[in-house]
Design a protein around this ligand. Structure first.
Ligand SMILES: [Mn+2]
Length: 329
């Protein structure tokens, strides 16, 4: 980021009646970042709210101060997105705002820069890290609440500082945040560790349903509505399932394919290393993300979606596609 970004952020901070939008099915990074920014505006005495398509997962509700639904509450005079790579990621509830975004604060290398002012750092671990750097450069005072939200955001997107997006700078930012007064182990435990028993049962069922291809180097997990119902599981119970299957030895590429309530298929893709770029596979279906973690929505039934996804992965593995077409390189 450069002085132009900081100047743009200072301009944003001078505004009132701020609507902060996050991506559909919000995760810990977009929520932590949005609520840290919300707090900063509140500390300046401004009117501000956060809105999202979809409900907030149970394990993320500490970040939203308990809120399960996030709706726009007033007619905004400025609209800012955080952690939203494309306008489509806003989802149906916020689609009306898509062409009127004033500021876009993000860390996705696939960001389409759809806003009037775009503040994107594709090498940051998380939107939380981007916001911290903006706060630091613009002398925004960080309090205990902001520190806790940003810590949640960064821990979420780095998988608790285990993923390769974790840089020396990420640790420097986190070290600065940990000087504030909040319970860091509790933040991580609530986001990642505590699960209802039905989720563990769902994971057991999922492991029985794994599909292995190419000697186990491609691992696909279709999750049907029927599987969810049989195990009494909710959609939020399978949100982290891709992290479970990426642990399998020998898996170079893995993906969960979840049948949505609408009958589409939500795909979460992970790559075991920087060699295979899953953002390029997601892009085939209009999605995006990062080299090692991406997602897309396939409008098809789950069997055909799996076949199409596998074909796209194999085409890329066989070198029919080159890395030159990847937005992340
Ligand atoms: Mn993120």
């Amino acid at each position: 980021m450069n002085e132009t970004c900081y100047e743009a952020f200072r301009e944003l901070l001078s505004m009132d009646d701020v609507l902060i939008l996050v991506h559909r099915n919000p995760d810990g990074d977009c929520l932590g970042t949005a609520f840290a920014l919300k707090r900063a505006f509140e500390n300046l005495g401004r009117r501000v709210c956060v809105a999202a398509t979809g409900t907030v997962d149970r394990n993320l509700r500490d970040i939203t101060d308990g809120a399960e639904e996030l709706k726009p509450r007033f007619l905004p005079s400025v609209i800012v997105t955080v952690d939203v790579a494309t306008q489509q990621m806003l989802g149906p509830d916020l689609a009306d705002y898509a062409d009127y975004i004033d500021y876009n604060i993000d860390h996705h290398c696939t960001n389409t820069e759809y806003a009037r002012t775009n503040i994107v750092n594709g090498s940051a671990s998380s939107a939380g890290e981007v916001l911290f750097d903006l706060f630091a450069a613009c002398n925004v005072e960080i309090d205990d609440v902001i520190a806790e939200k940003l810590y949640a955001a960064i821990s979420f997107d780095t998988g608790c500082f285990r993923y390769s997006n974790t840089s020396a700078h990420t640790h420097e930012v986190t070290a600065a945040l940990m000087k504030y007064n909040f319970d860091a182990p509790a933040v991580v435990r609530k986001m990642f560790d505590i699960v209802p028993l039905r989720q563990l049962k769902m994971e057991r069922a999922a492991l029985d349903a794994l599909h292995l291809y190419r000697d186990g180097s491609v691992v696909l997990l279709p999750i049907t509505r029927e599987m969810l119902e049989e195990n009494g599981a909710l959609d939020e119970d399978v949100a982290g399932m891709v992290a479970l299957i990426r642990r399998i030895e020998g898996a170079a590429v893995c993906a969960t394919l979840k049948e949505t309530k609408e009958g589409d298929v939500k795909v979460s893709l992970r790559s075991a290393d920087d060699v295979f770029d899953v953002s390029a596979v997601a892009a085939v279906f209009g999605g995006g993300g990062h080299v090692k973690a991406s997602g897309c929505l396939i409008k098809d039934n789950i069997e055909r979606a799996e076949a199409r996804l596998l074909a796209a992965i194999e085409a890329r593995m066989d070198g029919e596609e080159t890395n030159n077409d990847s937005p992340c390189r």
